[in-house]
Design a protein around this ligand. Structure first.
Ligand code: SF4
Length: 314
């Protein structure tokens, strides 16, 4: 007998209506109360999406609230001194996102007169906005019937309608996006995507908690997870060691520069002494490399000549 060892990979949408209704009801009952879910302001949603890209929800909440108090509109952000934007971002990590957000704000002001577009192609044409963020703004601010796919949504939709993603996904990225578009319930795009994000974050995690899942009955992956060995999912990628990393020193440099009076600069050796205990001349090339990288990212300004460099925020 020639049995095909690989299970079929075409999405099966037979139970889509039940899954949609059950997940929307579950979200109405148990969805997380996050402050950006209480607004339809596309700028505020955009800020939350950029902050959430690489930072956890509980760290983002106070920063998001403080950010909107300091830069309440996209015009205010576009017009703010870049040094203030970098300082306001401090603590979120990956500071390039602060510069990207301000450049985006400036493009919205220049191209759209300060109105964040509600249409995915127009959003995607803006600097720093990819298909996911464009979909998030269109869905969450305007309830547009668009798809968005991030790592959690990809995993969840695949499990629901195709099967377990081990040893690997058997759909292309284009096929996953097509599945995501087909799954959006009419008129409920915002709540649908919030429900997917909540289920993906709390229950359908890399190692899923199927016994707690509201849509287990109709999920194509649930029977597979029941028989897969406990170590079946591949380990998640290590974030790398933080202590002593260049990322840690980038953050220290920006905090040190941010503590200076506006417009003040520090000579390079003085900056080195403030960010690294036991800094010596032998560390100068390493520090200069970090500062140059920050300058390339628009986060710092390097002036002067070799031997007399000074550094400040833009
Ligand atoms: S039943 Fe399990 S695999 Fe399927 S969606 Fe729920 S948690 Fe994920």
């Amino acid at each position: 007998m020639n049995a095909d060892p690989s299970p079929p990979s075409a999405p099966d949408l037979t139970y889509l209506p039940r899954i949609q209704q059950t997940l929307l009801d579950w979200y109405a009952r148990e969805g997380r109360d996050l402050p950006w879910r209480r607004t339809r302001d596309p700028y505020a949603i955009l800020v939350s999406e950029l902050m959430l890209q690489q930072t956890q929800v509980d760290r983002v909440i106070p920063k998001w609230e403080a950010w909107l108090a300091q830069f309440p509109t996209i015009v205010a952000l576009a017009d703010a001194p870049t040094s203030a934007v970098i300082k306001a971002w401090a603590g979120l990590g990956y500071n390039r996102r602060a510069i990207a957000l301000q450049r985006l704000a400036q493009a919205v002001v220049a191209v759209h007169g300060g109105r964040v577009p509600d249409d995915v192609p127009e959003l995607k044409a803006l600097p720093g906005i990819g298909p996911y963020t464009a979909g998030a703004v269109a869905a969450f601010a305007h309830n547009r019937p668009v798809a968005m796919v991030d790592v959690n949504i990809r995993r969840l939709l695949y499990r629901l309608f195709v099967g377990a993603e081990v040893p690997e996904y058997r759909l292309s990225e284009g096929e996953i996006w097509a599945l995501a578009r087909a799954a959006v319930p009419p008129g409920r795009s915002a709540d649908w995507h919030q429900s997917l994000m909540d289920l993906g974050a709390t229950i359908c995690r890399p190692r899923p908690l199927c016994e707690r899942c509201p849509v287990r009955e109709w999920c194509r992956a649930a029977p597979e997870w029941a028989i897969l060995p406990p170590d079946a999912p591949r380990p998640t990628k290590s974030q790398g060691k933080w202590e002593g990393s260049n990322r840690q020193y980038r953050g220290r440099i920006l905090r040190t520069l941010g503590a200076l009076p506006h417009g003040d600069a520090l000579p390079l050796p003085l900056l080195g002494a403030r960010v690294r205990e036991g800094y010596t001349e032998a560390d100068a090339a390493w520090l200069l490399g970090l500062v140059r990288a920050l300058a390339r990212d628009g986060l710092a300004l390097l002036s002067g000549d070799e031997g007399a460099y000074t550094v400040r925020l833009p």
